[in-house]
Write a protein that binds this ligand. Structure first.
Ligand code: HEC
Ligand code: HEC
Length: 277
């Protein structure tokens, strides 16, 4: 029988800060530092395979590499990995997953071919997604960044973009354009990761059959289970059929937004945010 642990918000905070401090990110992994290496061989994958890969990735890999593959507490950003860029249909990624690099903290996985292929499809798809909006191909040119319309950006910020639900130009984002400039500001706006201390992991509220509720950091999620961390860092797994749960991940808004931005919206919002001086 698993003991139910009630976690106060103070403990939650401490747990979040602790992981961030125990496992500092490699500064060379800073997303804004370099454009991602380009994929050597273009490859496309069916949407269902990518989706299956997303589920698998989220449960097996997400805790370390981030559920979106763009880097987590211990695992590197796979969308910027040279190995991933050089991979064709799993020929380089596959062996790393199967053998692991245990001395470096990458475990080995015994996956079926179908699961492995789906994960590979998901990783390549994430790479394309990140490249096309946040990465090297466009938006690197400072001149290109200056093409937006701040007024239109303000409308998007307060309207369709939903940014004002979490941010305010005179509150948390005040003077952000003084702290960050150009591409670096764009990177923060699109994908604010790598800040220290890193934002706390998503929280999940789990309600057990008994009616008891606990709030804890989410460690992972699969189709059937939800994994939470207790304050000592131990993982507890719950079957989704046994509990009710709700994940609260403010950062997921940014990730979802990457897929929604049109080129014009993005430049307009950037022009607006660039006025927060
Ligand atoms: C416990 C944390 C952890 C888990 C879980 C994990 N990884 Fe990793 N992974 C790492 C670390 C750390 C490295 C970097 C190893 C190194 O420095 O060589 C890594 C490296 C990699 C690399 C090589 C990247 C490169 O540029 O060399 C790939 C690909 C990869 N992981 C994919 C996966 C996939 C897919 C899964 C899930 C099936 C997964 N990892 C699960 C921690 C993890
Ligand atoms: C559901 C809440 C939510 C929404 C909606 C949202 N964000 Fe964020 N945003 C966050 C969180 C959480 C962070 C990370 C804050 C941190 O690092 O402490 C963040 C960070 C940022 C940062 C970097 C702040 C810094 O100090 O480095 C910028 C810029 C930003 N968001 C802009 C936007 C824009 C533009 C939109 C709309 C397109 C948007 N956000 C929508 C939650 C949200």
């Amino acid at each position: 029988m698993k003991q139910v642990i009630w976690i106060s918000s103070v403990a939650l905070c401490a747990a979040g800060v602790m992981t961030a401090q125990l496992k500092p990110k490699d500064p060379t992994q800073s997303p804004a530092s370099q454009p991602a290496p380009k994929t050597a061989t273009d490859q496309t994958y069916p949407a269902e395979q990518i989706q299956a890969g997303e589920v698998r990735f989220s449960s097996d890999c997400g805790f370390c590499h981030g559920r979106d593959g763009a880097g987590g507490e211990t695992g590197p950003d796979l969308t910027r990995s040279a190995l991933v860029a050089g991979d064709t249909r799993g020929d380089k990624i596959g062996p790393v997953i199967r053998a692991g690099r245990k001395e470096k903290g990458m475990p080995s996985f015994n996956l079926s071919n179908a699961d492995l292929e789906a994960i590979v499809a998901f990783i390549h798809n994430q790479k394309i997604k990140f490249e096309s909006v946040a990465g090297g191909r466009r938006a690197v040119d400072p001149g290109d960044l200056a093409t937006g319309n701040a007024e239109a950006g303000r409308a998007y910020f307060n309207g369709a973009g939903g940014c004002s639900g979490c941010h305010s130009p005179t509150g948390d984002l005040a003077s952000i354009a003084t702290r960050y400039h150009g591409l670096e500001l764009l990177q923060r706006m699109l994908y604010p990761r790598g800040r220290k201390p890193a934002p706390a992991p998503p929280k999940v509220t789990v309600t057990l059959r008994s009616g008891k509720t606990l709030v804890a950091p989410l460690a992972g999620e699969s189709e059937f289970t939800i994994v939470v961390l207790d304050p000592s860092g131990k993982q507890h797994t719950y079957q989704k059929t046994d509990v009710q749960y709700k994940v609260d991940d403010p950062m997921s808004a940014h990730f979802a937004q990457l897929a929604k931005y049109t080129d014009a919206d993005m430049h307009n919002v950037f022009a607006y945010v660039d006025t927060f001086k």
